[in-house]
Design a protein around this ligand. Structure first.
Ligand code: UDX
Length: 454
């Protein structure tokens, strides 16, 4: 933990401890630091960020009592509940210590929507709080409708309804809703959704999005929230590359040298983010489809991301010999650098919100293989609204995989048109973060808003 002396106008940030949430919170920290705020990051002990990457911030670990706790994906709801129960008191103690130093002014607490205990802490200490939504607006807004449908006892939805548009959420179909629609939602899950969308006494909402992508959803926010919303994203475009990456896994940088040897736009980059898993059958069908497509590929397979295996032992026998130099498999890649590489022509993605924004900002068209939560919503927008991605049918056998890769990477008209639309979208998103763009202006408004707190 760094020293607190001689720091003014401090913002305390409370990130959620998984990659897709930690990264945007630390990017926001860098953005606010560049605006003159000093930064404290109060994080869980579990999945601590590496302070070496950010010597300009003060990091403080909150005892989370997660030692020995099952932190696997299937137990995430209990992890979130435990963090919210266990981290409040230590955060109060820590902030009280800071506030004893008369030279310190805590302007506000900014917390990830999942870390809602931080709002209660802020209220208790009479500090303003702001909630950060690390996902898109459409995803968040869909929860209001999900809760309405739940209260009308509409769950579960029969298969015959899954392709139909959700009233009020068009173009989302029932199958795009970010919750299991084919079962009744347990009360515990409903309680979590209610906590997640409730901003309580928070003074504002920060969004890692831009009006270019979500204009109409942003315009509807006032129906549910009476406080200001600041859409200032995409965050990663506003911070130096060195501060925009916070990997919990070690990046395999060897893949950049491999990409250097490939032809422009020829490589399909494949990654399902930091949490999603697939089964052995899907791994095999994907591998066969890739082999048959004849396209070069860079494939991120995280250790343990294929059910019940350590890494790639379930690939078809002889797969690596069959594809030879045409393919490279790594455990974790420097994704933003990969997407920016001229050799990369397509992104096979789970459509996590960070991956979606990163792909758009490098104008790389996508093959969308969403797994859960906001990924389903993002995928629908990529395919159907922005028209810069292809939806991968589920489950996909090897012939569908091969056909979809060829549609994006080889066939002239469809892939080309999608690439051109991605370029147009990238240009618009870039202009939103430049001087007088909507995100640029919104960031200035946010800075003034925080500075105005007594
Ligand atoms: C999770 C959820 O799954 C996602 O849907 C939600 O939007 C955020 O929280 P995750 O699945 O990890 O995140 O996906 P995503 O949001 O795309 O974030 C992954 C991050 O890891 C990206 O910033 C990406 O650049 C990075 N990454 C991924 C790497 O640096 N290397 C890799 O090999 C893969």
């Amino acid at each position: 933990m760094g020293s607190l002396s001689s720091q003014k106008r401090m913002v305390v940030l409370v990130p959620y401890c998984f990659q897709g949430h930690m990264t945007p919170m630390l990017q926001l920290a860098s953005i606010l630091h560049s605006k003159g705020f000093s930064i404290v990051v109060a994080h869980t002990q579990f999945n601590s960020p590496n302070p070496v990457n950010h010597p300009e911030f003060i990091f403080h670990a909150l005892p989370d009592q997660l030692d020995g706790f099952d932190t696997s994906f299937v137990n995430l709801l209990n992890v979130m509940e435990a963090i919210n129960s266990n981290c409040g008191a230590p955060l109060v103690d820590y902030l009280v210590e800071i506030m004893k130093d008369k030279g310190q002014v805590i302007s506000c607490i900014i917390y990830d929507a999942i870390m809602y205990f931080a709002e209660a802490v802020a209220s208790q200490l009479n500090l303003p709080s702001i909630v950060l939504r690390t996902s898109g607006v459409v995803f968040m807004e869909s929860f209001h409708d999900i809760l309405r449908l739940h209260s009308q006892n509409r769950f579960p939805f029969p298969d015959s309804e899954l392709e139909n548009p959700v009233p009020g959420l068009d173009p989302l179909r029932f199958k795009d809703l970010p919750v299991p629609v084919s079962s009744v939602l347990p009360e515990k899950v409903i309680e979590f959704y209610e906590s997640f969308i409730n901003i309580r006494s928070s003074a504002a909402i920060i969004w890692n999005t831009t009006e270019v992508l979500e204009n109409s959803a942003l315009n509807q926010l006032h129906l549910h929230y009476k406080v200001p919303s600041f859409a200032i994203g995409p965050f990663h475009t506003m911070v130096p590359a060195s501060s925009s990456t916070t990997s919990f896994l070690k990046e395999d940088r060897g893949c950049i040298a491999w990409l250097d040897k490939q032809a422009p736009n020829s490589v399909l980059y494949m990654s399902l983010g930091s949490l999603s898993t697939i089964d052995e059958k899907e791994l095999q069908e994907t591998a066969w489809g890739l082999a048959n497509s004849d396209q070069p590929f860079l494939w991120v397979i995280r250790p343990s991301s294929v059910n019940e295996s350590d890494w790639i032992e379930h690939l078809p026998e002889g797969f690596q010999e069959m594809v030879g130099d045409r393919g490279l498999i790594v455990k974790w890649a420097p994704q933003k650098e990969v997407l920016a590489h001229p050799a990369v022509g397509g992104f096979w993605s789970h459509c996590g919100w960070n991956s979606t924004l990163e792909s758009i900002c490098e104008a790389v068209p996508m093959i969308c293989r969403p797994c859960f939560a906001d990924q389903l919503v993002n995928s629908r927008y990529l395919n159907h609204v922005w028209k810069v991605g292809l939806e991968l049918e589920q489950p996909s056998d090897r012939s569908v995989v091969e056909k979809t890769i060829r549609r994006l990477m080889v066939d002239n008209s469809e892939g080309k048109e999608m690439r051109q639309r991605m370029l147009d979208l990238k240009t618009q998103v870039e202009s939103s973060v430049r001087k007088d763009g909507t995100s640029y202006n919104s960031l200035n408004d946010l800075t003034a808003f925080i500075a105005s707190f007594p």
